[in-house]
Design a protein around this ligand. Structure first.
Ligand SMILES: [Cu+2]
Length: 170
């Protein structure tokens, strides 16, 4: 069974100054990715690679950055399940966000890759969804204000199962 090509939606979405790109092993998207990054004016930052899979766990749950540091977060999904049933993203939330409420709202936001339109103001940076074998990335600047910021996977159920981490800015 190979649902992958049908489910693989190549997109480059621009959220404010942040750039989201999706790449897959079956196609080459290096050029569009570079173009999108240039368009958003995002410079390549320090790369943080997070690997996950059908276990619904990030292998990196703690990231530390300097205020305003440029970070490039890459989420690699090494799983095998169809994307419609299992995909992962990285969503960094503003300090003070009710994370449980955010992920609850995300449940019904499949059309927007589980970024709930009603709470998108709470998002500091996010990637697209990575299906099996895909890798997605986002380049953004760490918040200027020192503190602890939560990041989650907003695919339904994953936050509750522990798919979350913290970005500490200091
Ligand atoms: Cu996930």
């Amino acid at each position: 069974m190979n649902l992958f090509p049908a489910l693989c939606v190549m997109s480059a979405l621009v959220f404010g100054q942040a750039t989201t790109t999706t790449t897959s092993t079956s196609t080459t998207t290096a050029k569009p990715a570079a173009k999108a990054a240039a368009k958003a004016g995002a410079k390549a930052g320090r790369t943080v690679e997070i690997t996950t899979g059908d276990n619904m766990k990030y292998d990196v749950t703690e990231i530390t950055a300097k205020p305003g540091e440029s970070l490039r977060v890459v989420v690699k999904n090494t799983g095998a399940m169809p994307k419609i049933a299992m995909a992962h993203n990285f969503v960094l939330l503003k300090a003070g966000t009710d994370v449980a409420e955010f992920t609850k709202a995300a449940f019904n936001a499949r059309e927007t890759d589980f970024i709930p339109p009603t709470m998108k103001d709470a998002v500091l940076a996010n990637t697209a969804l990575a299906g099996a074998g895909e890798s997605v990335e986002i380049t953004f600047k760490a918040p200027a204000k020192p503190g602890t910021y939560t990041f989650v996977c907003s695919f339904p159920g994953h936050f509750a199962l522990g798919m979350r981490g913290t970005l500490t800015v200091k």
